[in-house]
Design a protein around this ligand. Structure first.
Ligand SMILES: Cc1cn([C@H]2C[C@H](O)[C@@H](COP(=O)(O)OP(=O)(O)O[C@H]3O[C@@H](C)C(=O)[C@@H](O)[C@H]3O)O2)c(=O)[nH]c1=O
Length: 181
């Protein structure tokens, strides 16, 4: 697989090799040793998640606090999503930076989201299937997030605000500066 760095330190994009033949195609969706080599540290995923979203559903921007912080490896299996990560690590040279990437069932790209970074995505098609691995278990009490349209983050979701579909929980998330002032 090919590894691409992003503007957020430690957040990388993985481009798998796709082997096509007369039957269809094949790819490796996860290779622990190659990922660890790219990251330079060990990673142990303990939970796999999958969500299915209607077009214009926005999930995020989420993270878990403290010892429940999660690194994630995400991809779209079907449909397409605009994936967004925000660096919340105060000590990071890319603190406050945002990375946006389109993940689709066709481009097969994967994003590695390090601990300490908020994550969200917008489904660009109906029946968008988003699958991700996490290196720490879900912990309801540690759930946290940042409001998707925080003016300080300037994320261009590409569609009018009134068309977005969000959970009540996500609409009530705080602003970046409320968390980091
Ligand atoms: C994330 C999660 C949710 N749940 C439950 C809680 C709730 O009843 C239901 C839906 O949860 P949510 O609304 O938080 O699901 P969702 O908005 O899809 O949350 C996810 O968003 C993306 C952007 C991420 O990065 C993930 O880490 C996760 O936060 O599923 C679990 O049981 N385990 C889990 O790991």
């Amino acid at each position: 697989m090919k590894i691409h760095n992003t503007d957020i330190v430690g957040c990388i994009v993985l481009e798998p090799i796709i082997y096509k033949d007369s039957r269809g195609d094949f790819m490796e969706t996860f290779h622990k040793a190659e990922l660890e080599e790219a990251l330079g540290y060990p990673i142990d995923f303990v939970q796999d998640n999958q969500s299915v979203s209607h077009k214009n559903v926005l999930r995020g921007l989420h993270f878990q606090r403290g010892k429940h912080a999660q690194a994630k490896l995400g991809r779209v299996i079907q449909g397409s999503a605009l994936d967004v990560v925000v660096d919340l690590r105060k000590e990071s040279p890319s603190f406050g930076k945002t990375v946006t990437i389109e993940l689709t069932g066709e481009n097969r790209l994967q994003i590695f989201i390090p601990k300490g970074v908020a994550h969200g995505f917008l489904a660009l098609e109906n029946q968008t299937v988003f699958s991700y691995k996490c290196d720490a278990y879900y912990n309801r009490e540690s759930e946290a997030g940042i409001l998707y349209n925080d003016p300080d983050l300037c994320i261009d979701w590409g569609i009018p605000d009134e068309d977005l579909i969000l959970s009540e929980k996500d609409r009530a998330l705080p602003l970046f500066k409320q968390l980091y002032s």
